[in-house]
Design a protein around this ligand. Structure first.
Ligand SMILES: Cc1ncc(COP(=O)(O)O)c(C=O)c1O
Length: 358
């Protein structure tokens, strides 16, 4: 049975598994903001239309400059991308025939982009899944031979945070053994920004931080992400990227998102409340959970061997969860769930109650 490698696009999931799709489907398999995008985008929509006909700024200005000021870095250290996914591809392009380290279970695009660029993979396992505890000594040993260590913080799919001190320890080691670090903070804006290592970019030239705007700001279809790193790296990648790779609408919409701190703060608050309720519910059903700080978490049924049956039961009932069949170390024994609106969370609980015959 072949499982898809990402969440979202649930229609194709029903087709693939030949399960009749219920009239009402709740997609909890992806991690985009449950409440959509900032309302100011809709308000500005008529004014945004003229960006359709015009060529965009090749370096995504003025968004890049505004973002750099907000992050307190030089604009030459910031590269805007058509989603973080695009930047991951081009970043990986620097490692063909070189070694790169990833620590499972983690975001599948690291491996696929690195492999597509001919990098040689060093694949390690977290010491514990629920907390995503890194095998520090093993990582350090392999860093001696590797060109880059990839870290996802907070980690997808567990949602766990890697302590900043741990990352700094690895950065110091990386400078010593000449191994770069890519820290993907796609979900950092769902938590305390004080854990971000963007302020360390100046101090550690081998550090690159990746960010995505698509999750928090609900603009996965528009595509917008960025990286912060040393100027030479930004220049090198900019040269390789296609001209006009970030569209004009995304540039303008990114600017509107940046200005909307209220939207971000309210989103965090609302999602945290939903998460607390879900954690309480899952605990009552003796489920094990990852210690997520973001807008999704993974859980394990007490009867782990029934996870697949439960996953398909949910699908049939119109609740789409994210399987973990292709997350090494989780091997299908966990399920990931994104925080969504009240109706969706209620539906999930109703289906789980039915499953347990309540
Ligand atoms: C950890 C992580 N990094 C990067 C991305 C890519 O984000 P974007 O939508 O900006 O391409 C994702 C998307 O799911 C992700 O989960």
């Amino acid at each position: 049975m072949e499982f898809p490698s990402h969440g979202a696009n649930y229609k194709s999931l029903y087709e693939r598994f030949r399960i009749p799709m219920p009239e009402e489907v709740y997609d909890l398999s992806e991690n985009v903001n449950a409440f959509g995008f900032p309302p100011r985008i809709k308000e500005a929509w008529p004014d945004l239309l003229h960006h359709i006909a015009a060529y965009p700024h090749p370096e995504a200005e003025p968004f890049r400059t505004l973002l750099a000021a907000k992050l307190n870095v030089a604009k030459e250290q910031v590269l805007i991308g058509n989603g973080a996914a695009e930047l991951l591809t081009f970043f990986a392009g620097r490692f063909s025939n070189r070694q790169a380290i990833i620590v499972h279970p983690t975001f599948s695009e690291y491996r696929s982009t690195l492999e597509a660029q001919g990098a040689k993979m060093i694949e390690l396992m977290a010491e514990e899944i629920a907390t995503y505890k890194l095998p520090l000594e093993q990582i350090k040993e392999h860093m001696k031979d590797a060109a880059c260590l990839y870290l996802c913080n907070p980690n997808n799919p567990t949602g766990s945070l890697i302590p900043k001190e741990t990352i700094e320890e690895l950065l110091i080691h990386g400078e010593k053994v000449e191994c770069e670090l890519l820290v993907d903070e796609a979900f950092m804006d769902w938590t305390d920004e004080s854990e971000s290592v963007i302020p360390l970019v100046e101090q550690y030239p081998r550090l690159t931080v990746m960010r995505s705007m698509t999750k928090m700001y609900g603009i996965a279809g528009i595509r917008l992400g960025y990286l912060v790193g040393r100027k030479e790296l930004v220049e090198e990648l900019q040269r390789r990227l296609p001209h006009w790779h970030v569209n004009g609408l995304a540039i303008k919409i990114g600017q509107l998102c940046l200005e909307d701190e209220t939207f971000r703060n309210e989103s965090i608050e609302r999602h945290q409340k939903i998460k607390r309720n879900l954690e309480h519910y899952l605990l009552e059903r003796n489920c094990k959970m990852t210690d997520s700080v973001t807008n999704f978490l993974c859980f394990q049924l007490q009867e782990q061997e029934k996870t697949r049956d439960f996953y398909f039961y949910c699908l049939k009932k119109g609740v789409v969860l994210r399987h973990t069949e292709n997350f090494r170390g989780m091997d299908g024994r966990w399920l990931r769930i994104g925080m969504k609106g009240e109706d969706a969370m209620k539906k999930f609980q109703q289906v789980m109650d039915e499953w347990y015959g309540k």
